[in-house]
Design a protein around this ligand. Sequence first.
Ligand SMILES: N[C@@H](CCC(=O)N[C@@H](CS)C(=O)NCC(=O)O)C(=O)O
Length: 333
Amino acid sequence: MVQGTDPETGKFVRSPFHFTDRITADGADGWPVEPGRYRLVVSRACPWASRALVVRRLLGLEAALPVAVADPIQDEKSWRFTLDPGDVDPVLGIRYLAEAYAKADPTYDGGISVPAIVDVPSGKVVTNDVPRITLDLETEWTAHQRPGAPDLYPEPLRDEIDAVNARVYADVNAAVYEAGFATTQSAYDDAYRRLFTCLDELSERLADRRYLVGDTITEADIRLFTTLVRFDPVYHGHFKCNRHKLAELPVLWAYARDLFQTPGFGDTVDFDHIKRHYYVVHGNVNPTGIVPNGPVLAEWATPHGREELGGRPFGDGAPPGPPPPAEVLPPQW
Ligand SMILES: N[C@@H](CCC(=O)N[C@@H](CS)C(=O)NCC(=O)O)C(=O)O
């Protein structure tokens, strides 16, 4: 089935990725890494797309892989470029991301999801393969990364990162959606239980270590961060993930603030896009479309105290500089 809630079980099921070509240094799939050739299409509302935004910032790939930011409010044709002059993406010349999907495969009739990477010369979507996109930015785009870029997927730690990612995907990243979109009590109960069991385990794991794997920021932290940063503004209320707020889980709250305050993380987060997307677009979950005023966001800037745990955030590298002027977000509180 396509992405949606299974009427039999009430369980939310994701559709498989349709566009899985890879952009690689050797161009094996016909898509060689080339600065300026591709466009990363995101919504800043979306946790899966936001992974790519964080990785792109940490690695300094902003110029090599320019970004198109879709309106957080989709219409019936999905993601659209209504934030741009004339409602058209200035580089791709299209109004809807769906046009790039159709160019790549005119028979495709599945969902139109972000993140997606589009080949600018042909206008075709190359990939919407979420887990692969960030791993390839880390391992295939190395020639264009900034001096001092961190190694977010260090070879000796890959098995451990992959294992943590698999668990976090199933029981955190995807589980919040499964709780929120469940249409039977048992499907909701199951997702809720898995989510909070996993968050408790992650709290334990992170109590005495600054990052999930090794002593530096890795892909694993990025994947957990983009769910945690949406937790209190959206998942706690809208998706009924309400055993606790993130702010009531001391270890994870400090961990999330530590990352938020690290250059490349918080400067990609647009709480206005996040809140308006979920509360307005999911009419089945929130029929009034009212966007809540809370929570207070200024607490994201409060001291987290996790420097005491040691760790070397960027390993042998260094933090990124500020975002390019066109990508600087308005004050968030
Ligand atoms: N579909 C991917 C993740 C990407 C995704 O679901 N993105 C959302 C926004 S957060 C989207 O674009 N949804 C529209 C759709 O799938 O039609 C997955 O199953 O892991």
